[in-house]
Design a protein around this ligand. Structure first.
Ligand SMILES: C[S@@+](CC[C@H](N)C(=O)[O-])C[C@H]1O[C@@H](n2cnc3c(N)ncnc32)[C@H](O)[C@@H]1O
Length: 279
């Protein structure tokens, strides 16, 4: 007989809502209740836990740190693809050349990098513009340790790289064979130019690297409420170089947030004065 999965009650939903808000700043509206239920259902089955309430009790235990990370991985949304919002990459080409002409290194941060498509796209553009051995570096961080593992592996199904311009496709992907048929690998020489690490944007002022010329913070602010956005952006500004640029997703906005950022284009901002945020 088919076993019925338990249902996530409103009360249980509010426990997980509070959890992911505190851990990651992700503010889940009530409409996401069935999404939360389906994302956690498999884990409940795997652990043999009979209800969401029991799973919540497990998560709360001080010794459940690894399980809490797993829950964060399950509750964060990681959709991404190569060359997403391509205007940003056309602009990156021009900006990288300007920085190089001033004689500086180009330091770029993909601050919610998911499974790596965004930072590898940045790396391809910089390698094309400044040379594979040019004076540039890409740093990439995310809170989700599962997608970071995929990012470091740098292997993607062929249909996931379709938006890559054909010339770059040929240059920067290796076609898989045998058990990797239907997959591509990012050219190791390029992949080496991207440094991945796990970082929670709520604490991004503690990132070991700073003085970024360009920060990609795309398609993550949509999950935060206004208070969290402000907190994250203040901290993020403290890691940027004065005059550095911030790129956000086209559907996102920093409207009415009191930040030292001047808007240059709808989804592009420039840090206008010193370290505007918390150090
Ligand atoms: C929809 S993806 C966007 C990926 C990429 N930036 C893009 O635009 O294609 C959002 C990413 O933000 C990450 N994220 C959510 N909350 C975060 C936090 N507090 N700290 C760091 N990363 C976070 C998620 O794990 C996810 O990988």
């Amino acid at each position: 007989m088919q076993r019925l999965d338990p249902t996530l009650s409103d009360e249980e939903f509010s426990c997980f809502k509070q959890f992911i808000l505190q851990e990651a700043g992700i503010d889940l509206p009530a409409s996401k209740r069935s999404l939360v239920q389906s994302r956690l259902a498999k884990r409940l089955r795997r652990l043999g836990v009979g209800s969401y309430g029991a799973y919540w009790q497990l998560l709360r235990k001080p010794e459940s740190q690894a399980e809490r990370q797993r829950a964060v991985n399950m509750l964060s949304t990681n959709e991404t693809y190569f060359f997403r919002e391509p205007q940003h990459f056309q602009w990156l080409e021009r900006r990288a050349l300007e920085i190089q002409q001033r004689g500086g290194a180009v330091k770029v941060w993909s601050a919610a990098c998911s499974s790596g498509e965004e930072p590898y796209t940045i790396a391809m553009v910089l390698a094309e513009t400044l040379g594979m051995r040019g004076n540039w570096r890409v740093y990439a961080t995310d809170i989700n340790t599962k997608v970071l593992g995929l990012a470091k592996r740098a292997v993607y199904p062929t249909d996931r790289v379709q938006r890559t311009p054909p010339l770059l496709w040929q240059k920067y992907f290796l076609r898989g064979r045998d058990e990797y048929a239907g997959m591509v690998r990012v050219l190791p020489e390029l992949a080496k130019r991207v440094e991945f690490s796990s970082l929670n944007l709520l604490h991004c002022n503690r990132f070991a690297h700073a003085d970024f010329d360009i920060v990609f913070l795309r398609n993550v602010l949509i999950y935060f409420n206004e208070g969290t956005k402000l907190e994250v952006l203040r901290k993020l500004c403290s890691r940027m170089r004065e005059g550095g640029h911030l790129l956000i997703g086209h559907s996102e906005s920093l409207h009415k947030l009191n930040l030292p950022l001047a808007q240059e284009e709808p989804s592009r901002y420039r840090l206008v004065c010193g370290h505007g945020g918390e150090g």
